[in-house]
Design a protein around this ligand. Structure first.
Ligand code: PMP
Ligand code: GLN
Length: 378
């Protein structure tokens, strides 16, 4: 068979989790929590099942959940999305992103991605027949370079994909960054896909600058989020996409033939759970404590800590610890030291090596201490 994705193998997250399991390593590779979600959320979903909410929901999602999402975004970002025609519930952010791309990208269209980027973006663009135009984030700081982004725009540019807080670098776009993007896109028809799955994991008192806060961006944006990240239930695979009605109409044309609908009782459960803002309001402090614990543990090692402004990731420079390239280092670390990490090269098109690896700190204290003990031995 002639592959549609000849350059694509198995995603690094699957590879490293399998290796971690094989070697009984502490898995700080793939990003997922190792602690339980709020039992109240499980109760809400269980009650929805028991109440008989077990058949197909409406195609765009359970209305009560779409309304709860509209209320939340309005409270946080002062932007009104219509629950009826501007919000769709998706099978995680992954499906939201590929569906948005399939809905807007015509064969030959260019889509700008900022490298390093999440590993699904480029294959998604290629499956749509588009051309991924890779623009590097500033080496070392991973900040957006608007001169480079501007230089990458051509008459074929259909969309730009951004991600803040950023996986893998853990940088967070500032208000100035978002305003610069808004200015850059203002004279164009370029659409925006804003991957904001880590929206509630922003540290040190900073604020998440959602594209929905900026009218010039919101008017052209699909804004994507994930309940899996926010409520510690990555295995539920439920997310959201919001966009202006004409964009959402195109999204739903694809969504209906892509997944059609998303798990009904989970949607009912989430709709009720969202009535209380505390769980996501508490998230910055919840993860900042884990970040600080993990950073403190690496402080006196030869790992060089990069900033972690948001997300649940901590990147470290390994050049003082090992001569291996970062991909080989992650293999070695998993097999020989018993800690799994993800090489940043997995987020680049070419096997780019900057001797930086990513750890996920969405773990119980005991797990982090266990990993730190091993890392401190290096
Ligand atoms: N985008 C980014 C940046 C992510 O890190 C993830 C989760 N790994 C996703 C999208 C996918 O989220 P979901 O699990 O909701 O599909
Ligand atoms: N988003 C998670 C990460 O970056 C993993 C999701 C996945 O395994 N595809 O680690």
């Amino acid at each position: 068979i002639t592959s549609r994705l000849p350059a694509v193998g198995t995603t690094i997250f699957t590879v490293m989790s399998a290796l971690a399991a094989e070697h009984k390593a502490v898995n700080l590779g793939q990003g997922f929590p190792d602690f339980a979600c709020d039992p109240a959320l499980v109760d809400q979903v269980t009650q929805a099942m028991q109440a008989g909410h077990n058949q197909y929901p409406p195609m765009p999602g359970v209305p009560a959940l779409r309304e709860a999402v509209a209320t939340k975004i309005e409270a946080l970002h002062a932007h009104q999305y219509g629950a009826a025609d501007e919000i769709t519930i998706t099978a995680g952010a992954t499906q939201a992103i590929i569906t948005a791309i399939l809905a807007i990208v015509h064969p030959g269209d260019e889509v700008i991605v900022l490298e390093p980027c999440y590993d699904s973006y480029v294959p998604n663009i290629e499956l749509a027949g588009g051309v991924a135009v890779r623009v590097p984030l500033t080496p070392g700081t991973f900040r957006p370079d608007f001169a480079k982004i501007s230089a990458a725009i051509t008459p074929r540019t259909r969309a730009i994909l951004i991600n803040t807080p950023h996986n893998p670098s853990a940088t967070v776009w500032s208000r100035a960054d978002m305003l610069a993007l808004q200015d850059l896109l203002a004279p164009t028809n370029i659409l925006l896909i804003s991957d904001e799955v880590y929206e509630h994991m922003v540290f040190d008192g900073a604020q998440h600058e959602s594209a929905s806060r900026f009218p010039g961006l919101a008017a052209r944006a699909f804004v994507v989020s994930s309940f899996g990240k926010t409520f510690h239930v990555t295995g539920w695979k439920v997310g959201t996409v919001v966009a202006p009605a004409p964009l959402m109409a195109e999204f739903r044309k694809v969504h209906q033939f892509n997944v059609f609908t998303v798990n009904t009782p989970v949607q009912y459960g989430l709709a009720r759970y969202l009535a209380n803002p505390a769980p996501y309001q508490d998230l910055p402090a919840f993860y900042q404590r884990r970040r600080d614990l993990f950073r403190a543990g690496l402080q006196n090692t030869r790992f060089k800590l990069l900033p972690s402004e948001g997300s649940y990731f901590q990147c470290v420079d390994i050049s003082e610890v090992s001569d291996l390239n970062e991909a080989d280092f992650c293999q070695w670390l998993t097999r020989e030291v018993g800690v799994a990490a993800i090489p940043l090269s997995a987020f680049y098109g070419e096997g780019f090596d900057q001797r930086v690896v990513r750890f996920c700190f969405a773990k119980q204290d005991e797990t982090l201490h266990n990993a730190l003990k091993r890392l401190q031995s290096l």
